[in-house]
Design a protein. Structure first.
Length: 309
């Protein structure tokens, strides 16, 4: 009889654990089901992107097809950047304001020409300077001047996220982050168009201050960042963004390990890069080779995976 009571008690304990587990799973599922996602594609539209733009268009089209099939509550916006000295002096431009229609997004993405220019948005947008850090802060309304050019979207002012959304920023560039386009968004000492090489580590340096301000904006707004980058030009890119070769993950880009990646960055003297700053704060930040952007594993395990990060 005593043995039977033990068995019954054991079964009750197991059932209790199971019910609590199921309840927790259900709560997480419902929380995820109610989640809304605002994605901003920050795309380098300068002429140097000609080698990558075909892969970018293919990858984003595939990603949007998957998102459409999943029927999630997601909206999208596109900001292009890449400016040069006059006469090709164009500001960062919001070329697609918020839409939940994936077909509209694909149409806008495919308007980017193979030369890197966006002739349907501007007469010439094939500049050579990419102010990625400034654009991120402007998108998050964290710069002094947050007014994106809206020539083709109408209205005026900054980008407005939904109050209850999960913010996802997809940065696609093959360059380091140059001096801010707007003088009021620059930091003391940012007087050259290109960042110094090697990239400084002194926190009093204006270029480092801009990096840290960009990290702070992402952290404050609880935004996730997915960087697709090249490191073939100057080497400053890895000091600013991070290094895709130092990511700890499986060969198919699944199983990304934030803590191990952060340790790897620190061990390689990249503890001050943007990705490291975000990982230190417990935010999602992934860095991927831009030439792998149309890899099906990347689309599934980086872009689509962003829904669950």
């Amino acid at each position: 009889m005593a043995m039977n009571k033990v068995v019954v008690l054991f079964i009750i304990v197991i059932l209790t654990i199971f019910i609590l587990s199921c309840s927790d799973m259900l709560e997480r599922y419902l929380a995820e089901a109610d989640a809304v996602f605002d994605y901003v594609f920050v795309i380098d539209a300068s002429g140097s992107m000609s080698a990558e733009i075909i892969e970018v268009k293919s990858a984003l089209t595939s990603f949007l097809d998957v998102m459409n099939s999943m029927n999630v509550d997601a909206r999208y916006a596109i900001v292009i950047h890449g400016w040069a000295n006059p006469p090709f002096d164009f500001p960062h431009e919001l070329v697609l304001d918020w839409t939940a229609n994936e077909e509209e997004v694909k149409t806008a993405v495919n308007m980017i020409s193979e030369s890197g220019a966006v002739p349907d948005f501007q007469n010439n947008h094939s500049g050579g300077y990419d102010s990625s850090f400034e654009v991120i802060r402007m998108v998050l309304n964290s710069a002094v001047n947050n007014n994106l050019d809206r020539t083709y979207t109408g209205d005026s002012g900054s980008l407005v996220f939904r109050s209850n959304c999960k913010k996802k920023i997809i940065l696609i560039t093959d360059e380091d982050s140059d001096i801010p386009y707007y003088a009021e968004n620059r930091f003391p000492g940012q007087i050259t168009t290109d960042p110094p090489s090697p990239f400084p580590t002194d926190h009093e340096n204006g270029w480092v201050q801009e990096l840290n301000a960009t990290a702070d904006a992402l952290i404050t707004h609880n935004a996730s960042l997915y960087i697709f980058m090249s490191k073939e030009y100057h080497g400053r890119e890895i000091s600013q963004y991070g290094d895709y070769a130092l990511q700890i993950q499986n060969a198919d880009y699944s199983g990304f390990d934030p803590a191990a990646t952060l340790s790897n960055l620190a061990a390689n003297e990249l503890g001050g890069c943007l990705q490291a700053r975000l990982l230190q704060a417990g935010r999602t930040a992934r860095v991927t080779d831009i030439m792998q952007i149309d890899n099906p594993d990347v689309i599934e395990n980086v872009l689509v995976r962003s829904l669950y990060d």
